[in-house]
Ligand binder design. Sequence first.
Ligand code: PLP
Length: 457
Amino acid sequence: MKSAETLSTRRLQELDAAHYLHPFTDHKSLGERGARIIERADGVYLWDSEGNRILDGMAGLWCVNVGYGRSELAEAAYKQMLELPYYNSFFQCAHPPAVKLAAEIAALAPAHMNRVFFTGSGSEANDTVLRMVRRYWDLKGQPGKKTIISRINAYHGSTVAGASLGGMLPMHEQGDLPIPGIVHIAQPYWYGEGGDMDPEEFGLWAARQLEAKIIELGEDQVAAFIAEPIQGAGGVIIPPASYWPEIKRILGKYDILLVVDEVICGFGRTGEWFGSQYYDLQPDLMPIAKGMTSGYLPMGGVIVADRVADTLIEHGGEFFHGYTYSGHPVAAAVALENLRILRDEGIVERVRTELAPCLQSKIARLAEHRLVGEVRGVGMLGAIELVRNKQTRERFPDKGSTGTLCRDLCVANGLVMRAVGDTLIMSPPLVISPAQIDELVDTAWKCLDLAALKLGV
Ligand SMILES: *Cc1c(COP(=O)(O)O)cnc(C)c1O
């Protein structure tokens, strides 16, 4: 077969439809429409095979934190491939990139977390979490503590354990999930589910579902509570201010582990290195991935608190768990260089002091649009709720169709946003400029106008 550059868009779409099974894709409609082929990228922009320039308001899939086209990351990979392209960390071996990366991540993490287990992805990180949490309680002599409490509409990946820990009901239906020992409580999604309660009242109510579930199951059966600081794939759901303090109060009362899934919030997205720092949480385990390498290579991990690591190490013997690519030297070298860029260029600091306030104040104006019921955001995350009636929060009929309409209009007009039902979400690279934020907001407004016209409102 000829190299990709010489193939026309049409031909690529045909081959794609014939051979490539995509993740999270309805292939019937993909075959009818033809995939959009993305060929290259630089900074915050993508170019498709038709030459269209598109502002990537999602940083790929929440991951390209330092933006596209950073040659330092390519050079780090190239050098490491020549030096040592692969070796494992099984059987009492290690290599410099993984060791240095573990030490650097430990230095950035909250003070009580000093060890890292590496994986190839966020899903593998959450599989690791499940096994570590259960192993921990076995070693503590409390083998009854097996159940993990998660939340409806959480996202923790797509492996069997990841999808089970997640609370995506359509995913559960397709795989006879969740596996036993994982239960789900309500999510702190005030706009969608708050009913007549005010946001703070609702935040307390949602947090207290955790306590009710612990009491229902018995503390001696519950191993951990897992949550994203801010739900990402669920629709950028930002808990009311009352939520996390109440969760902390409850966790203080019961002896269960806290797993904070930092796959999206980690590495600067909130303006802190980790979402746990933004919300002042004390996690026992933090799954990470995505922004860890800015997506340039696949890599994930679990940052482990001393309390858990010490137990596994002192009393555990061998932990029969790991992946061929755990701590992969090339991925680790790229992650190290990515951390250097984030640090030396003051990117996380700049998000906190300049870019997040800029993004949040500018997207807030979209709330004046007649289709928009609420705009919310933290750091470089944002969500726009599309509604028929601003006062009653009433949606348009045919759930999801308005979100899809707006999303498609945005892409056609040079902006990637994602639609979760009738919520538009964004998560741009952390290096987007204020002028590019203007471009994002102006394009979004224009597309909301076009959508309103089509909907006849
Ligand atoms: C993306 C994501 C995952 C899964 O990561 P993969 O690398 O896709 O396996 C897990 N948790 C959260 C919060 C995510 O956003």
